[in-house]
Design a protein around this ligand. Structure first.
Ligand code: KG4
Ligand code: ZN
Length: 344
């Protein structure tokens, strides 16, 4: 079986082709450079770029996979959650291709793409506790099989990736913030600034990152003397040691929250596996912290390779292949849902 998948839920235009378990090609055209000047994703610009990039990307992927369109068995696209105008571009293209070729269409939940990505290249999906941690979502999910998901906890406000992005913005670093904060944190002292680890003692598996964001703002205002906004304004000369220590302290606070909540969930479910996915799971310190904690607790940690953690179409193709093999295809009339949930 050969699946071609399109991912356009946010600001990455991506196409991948998967033959059973073999990835034939994966293309990602990032728009980050264009959105950087606005300090975040501009939906109108994102959808226009998807329209512009997608035809070439489809041709490129087919050429690299050495396939013609009529050799594809099914066409998939992310149908939500995400930006409506961006989702429409990818799903319309996949539907058009499916109708033209007389092949099935699969509408894939972006979160399921992330959730299953740690199993890419592994022999089977095992029951696990899954932490999905991205720019728009922070979820803990009990996974008992394909489509058999139980929500254990979620963020009540900001996502962890959003906290990275907002902190980077306040520090005058670039977009997306995660990689910038991680790079600055390398030479920083994580113990210099004391930031809150919200909801660790809440007795449930929900998260909250808005308190951390507010604490960052106030602390930064105090440290820089930039009382009003708490932001390092452009052009202001920066204390690079302070920025490094600030990033390291912030990053460690997020890591501590994600690690402790995930371990609580694994203990509660008595699972043998913790799977971690989504853009924030690229973070090397998070990966190392989780690995150490899981080794100590005798839990097997499953993480996708970093290139599969941020948005891509290979994870959408992988989820679509699992759905196709389970004969769970979609009707071409199925609409996008910008607020699509993972669990009903
Ligand atoms: O999964 P993703 O590509 O898109 C969403 O579905 O949201 O995740 C993007 C998020 C952004 O907030 C970005 O700052 C964060 O993942 N991120 C990171 C790192 N790389 C990306 N956060 C921390 N450390 C990183 N290295
Ligand atoms: Zn994502």
């Amino acid at each position: 079986m050969i699946v071609l998948a399109i991912e356009t839920s946010c600001d990455e235009t991506a196409v991948a082709i998967l033959r059973d378990r073999e990835l034939l090609d994966s293309e990602v055209a990032s728009q980050a450079a264009q959105h950087r000047q606005f300090g975040g994703v501009v939906p109108e610009l994102a959808s226009r770029n998807h329209l512009q990039y997608l035809p070439n990307l489809l041709q490129l992927a087919l050429a690299k996979a050495e396939l013609a369109v009529d050799e594809i068995d099914a066409f998939a696209a992310t149908s939500g959650p995400g930006l409506a105008s961006s989702l429409l571009v990818g799903t319309s293209a996949a539907k058009g291709l499916a109708i033209g070729a007389g092949k099935p269409f699969l509408a894939i939940n972006h979160l399921e793409g992330h959730l299953l990505s740690p199993f890419f290249g592994r022999p089977e999906l095992v029951p696990n506790v899954s932490l999905v941690v991205s720019g728009g979502h922070t979820l803990l999910v009990q996974v008992d099989g394909l489509g058999d998901y139980t929500l254990l906890g979620r963020t009540l406000d900001d996502a962890a990736g959003e906290a990275f992005d907002k902190t980077a913005k306040l520090l005058g670093l670039g977009y997306p913030g995660g990689p910038e904060v991680e790079a600055a944190a390398v030479s920083g002292d994580p113990l210099r600034y004391n930031l809150p680890r919200s909801m660790l003692g809440s007795g449930n598996l929900d998260f909250s990152f808005s308190g951390l964001k507010t604490a960052v703002r106030y602390l930064l205002a105090r440290v820089t003397g930039d009382g009003e906004t708490g932001a390092y304004s452009a052009g202001k000369s920066k204390d690079s040691k302070m920025v490094a220590d600030f990033c390291a302290s912030f990053q460690q606070a997020v890591i501590d929250i994600l690690r402790e909540k995930s371990l609580q969930a694994v203990r509660q479910i008595r699972s043998d596996y913790l799977a971690v996915s989504g853009g924030v799971s690229c973070n090397q310190s998070l990966r190392e912290n989780l690995q150490e904690a899981c080794d100590r607790a005798g839990i097997e940690l499953l993480m996708a390779e970093p290139w599969l953690c941020t948005d891509n179409a290979a994870m959408i193709a992988f989820a679509a292949m699992a759905r196709l093999k389970a004969n769970d295809v979609s009707d071409v009339t199925q609409e996008i849902d910008p607020n699509l949930a993972l669990v009903g």
